[in-house]
Design a protein around this ligand. Structure first.
Ligand code: AMP
Ligand code: GLY
Length: 437
């Protein structure tokens, strides 16, 4: 008998997970809470397993309602996308109800939930990361900044939906960021403590690994594109696109990252009584002189990295997730299709500032996809309106495709994008090209 799965979340990442999980022969049913109009539309299309999918309007933060939903629908395996639910203890609630769950416990999710916790853990475990201090007091923070030989990065300790990090270029700017967080409480209690760390220089890569508590299997590397404009210019966003694998991460570097970064972190988590089962995502900077160093840990799949990584995954994802959840990861690692993949985010007018919603999206068929293309359109900020879709968020769609070469992958994706439009739609034209430099 196969699994009846509950997938929690509503973004492009969850759309990609839903598409991949529904295709598994081991998946009988996939209920997504709350899902999104793209996932809902997928169930009417012709992708593998489409008819297994349904969406139920229970939010990712409604822990008790999710547990009740799983009981009512007899769902036996849960996969959680968003960190906020994990940090709030969603795994613990399902464990108490006797339901298998892919994702860390509340105690283990602390690796993302508190940057100060993550930094202390890495220091103890000897994991390469920027020198740092943690402070809840402005004067002590100022004194630390004054001692730093170079520029620093100021981070709110807790979850801030990706907004609590200020990369500074002067000590004055750093002191202002500290005041903004500690004195003005710009991020509420998430900023009641700050981590101040050395600013590292180098290319960023995202490395994700499936962990069963003691062992891990690395997924293909990826690079996110945080700035809104081509050439990594303009303000930061939630991610304008990703490609996979990163040309900078070969097999030898992957093994090195596993040995020096993931293995000691996972061992330290277990030793601290916070056994990590789920997806562990390291944001790394490849420094020219000190090798790969950690700038952040996340306790869940990355967005938009997941979209790019999953379309290249040859294996069935489900046995990997079940194995990780049960503490029995299959041996080896997942098999990947050759070539590469990219995900390009299509954003609404105004993003990453104030966005306009309600613009009618042209070019999508009833299943939420662009007809006659093999690129996937993952929805992130759409709403159903009559027989079509309208914009309902900053990042609206993530067009994701593969190719045996970069030229082919880019052509696949950008040709598909050329058939989608709405007033004010904008996107980066250079996703994948960073690999060329
Ligand atoms: P985060 O919200 O933790 O993903 O951080 C946002 C961005 O800040 C990262 O993607 C990096 O570009 C940058 N960043 C974080 N920590 C550092 C650091 N120690 N040195 C340089 N850049 C950093
Ligand atoms: N792509 C960045 C993140 O998922 O945090």
């Amino acid at each position: 008998m196969g699994h009846s799965i509950l997938l929690v979340g509503s973004g492009g990442r969850e759309h990609a997970l839903a598409w991949k999980l529904a295709a598994s022969p081991l998946c009988d049913r996939l209920v997504v809470a709350p899902g999104n109009p793209g996932i809902e539309a997928l169930s009417r299309g012709d992708v593998a397993g489409a008819r297994k999918i349904s969406c139920v309007s229970v939010g990712a933060e409604a822990i008790e309602a999710l547990v009740a939903l799983a009981a009512r629908e007899r769902l036996d395996f849960v996969v959680c996308g968003p960190e906020i639910a994990l940090v709030a203890g969603l795994q613990d609630a399902f464990a108490a109800a006797g339901v298998r769950f892919f994702g860390p416990s509340r105690a283990a999710a602390e690796i993302e939930g508190s940057k100060a916790f993550a930094k202390d853990l890495m220091k103890r475990a000897g994991v390469p990361t920027a020198a740092f201090g943690s402070f809840d007091d402005v004067a002590a923070a100022d004194a630390f900044i004054a001692q730093q030989p170079g520029d620093v990065v100021v981070k709110a300790d807790g979850l801030c939906a990706g907004k609590g990090v200020v990369v500074t270029s002067s000590h004055d700017e750093a002191r202002a960021a500290v005041r903004h967080m500690l004195a003005d409480r710009a991020f509420g209690l998430s900023g009641a403590r700050v981590v101040i760390e050395e600013r590292l220089i180098g290319r960023e890569v995202s490395m994700m690994a499936l962990c069963d508590g003691t062992r891990f299997a690395m997924l293909a590397s990826a690079e996110d594109h945080k700035s809104v404009l081509d050439g990594d210019r303009g303000p930061n966003t939630g991610g304008m696109g990703a490609y996979s694998p990163s040309p900078l991460v070969d097999d030898a570097l992957t093994a090195h990252i596993g040995r020096t970064i993931f293995a000691p972190t996972i061992a330290a988590m277990a030793a601290a009584g916070r056994t990590f089962r789920g997806l562990l995502y390291g944001g790394l900077i490849l420094t020219p002189d000190r090798g790969p160093m950690v700038i952040e840990w996340n306790c869940r799949f990355g967005d938009p990295e997941t979209q790019a990584v999953l379309v290249r995954m040859q294996d069935d994802l489900l046995p990997w997730l079940v194995g990780a959840a049960d503490g029995q990861l299959p041996p080896g690692g997942p098999v990947w299709r050759s070539g590469l993949s990219l995900c390009v985010a299509l954003a609404a007018e105004g993003y990453p500032g104030q966005v306009r919603a309600g613009d009618r999206i042209e070019g999508l068929a009833d299943d939420g996809q662009v007809a006659a293309t093999d690129a996937m359109v993952f929805h992130a900020g759409t709403r159903r309106a009559g027989d079509g879709f309208v914009t309902a968020g900053g990042r609206v769609l993530g067009v994701t495709g593969t190719g045996v070469s970069l030229v082919e992958a880019r052509q696949n994706v950008y040709d598909t994008i050329g058939r989608i439009r709405w007033p004010g739609m904008h996107f980066r034209k250079d996703i994948g090209l960073r690999g060329q430099s």
